[in-house]
Design a protein around this ligand. Sequence first.
Ligand code: ATP
Length: 371
Amino acid sequence: MVGVTKRFPGFTALEGLNLTIPSGSFFALLGPSGCGKTTTLRLVAGLEEPTAGRILIGGKDVTDTKSYRRPVNTVFQSYALFPHMSVLENVAFGLKRRGVRDAGARAHEALRLVQLDHLSARRPIQLSGGQQQRVALARAVVNRPAVLLLDEPLGALDLKLRREMQIELKQIQNEVGLTFLHVTHDQEEAMTMADTVAVMNRGEIEQLGAPEELYELPKTAFVANFLGRSNLLTGPVVASKGDTIVVDVAGTKIEVPKARAQRHAGHVTIGVRPEKLLLHVSKPQPAAGVNVLGPGRVIDVSFTGVSTDYLIDVPGIGTMSLFAQNMVFGPVVQTGSEVWVAWTVDHGFGLSDGPSSDVSTASDTPTETDD
Ligand code: ATP
């Protein structure tokens, strides 16, 4: 997409969006409700016309090409299968309409890919939701589109089935090698499946990259909190020390690697992930390469199974979130305990913007809900 703007009456959904999706990749467009994901997908599909800009697929300008002539297929949350046709007929439908000769054989092959060939004679109503979604997928894949568009395709499935389908969908993409463009507001889904994730906010791409890259090195407060959770600390840069900058956070000097900081001067916001923090019940000895904050007080302890999540109030700084793996039975400290938090300097990151963001904590992030 080159310089794509989409205006609806009284509302600009996208403004000059530039987005390149590598051919053969599994690309996820991730963002909160209303950020413009579906609009982007509909523009690629030709279901909406851009107000300005061009859309190219495989290097060919399709901006003025009718939807049904574009080399794309869409899988929606609602499967929209033909109820009066068998599973096989549903999958073969598009091929037959285009006069493809071996439509039946190709439909069987697509059904084998989604592991449903043994149910090819059934009607959609005789299938579970997950099976119907796989038929819808087979029906799209069978056409070998250049781009397969997935619009919250797993939204209607229950959590367990959804997780299974995420793995399956990724395997299918690997096998067929088509470009998948997947729109979702579920950060876990995007990170599990996609090889590239574009985080979208208010009609713009905030950051784009491999899931690990985005998670390890978020560049904005929005990305730091939309993709997982982050502890953000703000203060002036007071020194430069070899490979690190030193930030004064409410009187405590915190170091961040220069290579992981977007800005090296002025007031900066730095961050560290909750699972990178270590809990100490006494003040740790100062050590090179380690940041320490505290003392603080534990204000909440939540057992989540794999980890225990602690909320720690550090005077002058605010609430820090810390995830500790459950290596021993029961929490290490109780609510009310005095603690220090420490982390390896290399785990910190520096943002390009301030702490203000639409998303305050990851718990606000809709991960399993539909909207
Ligand atoms: P969701 O996850 O809720 O589907 P989204 O990120 O896909 O959200 P879009 O559907 O792309 O969001 O919508 C982006 C913005 O454009 C929203 O604020 C929406 O209200 C607005 N919008 C979408 N379609 C229209 C329309 N036909 N007329 C006016 N505004 C629209």
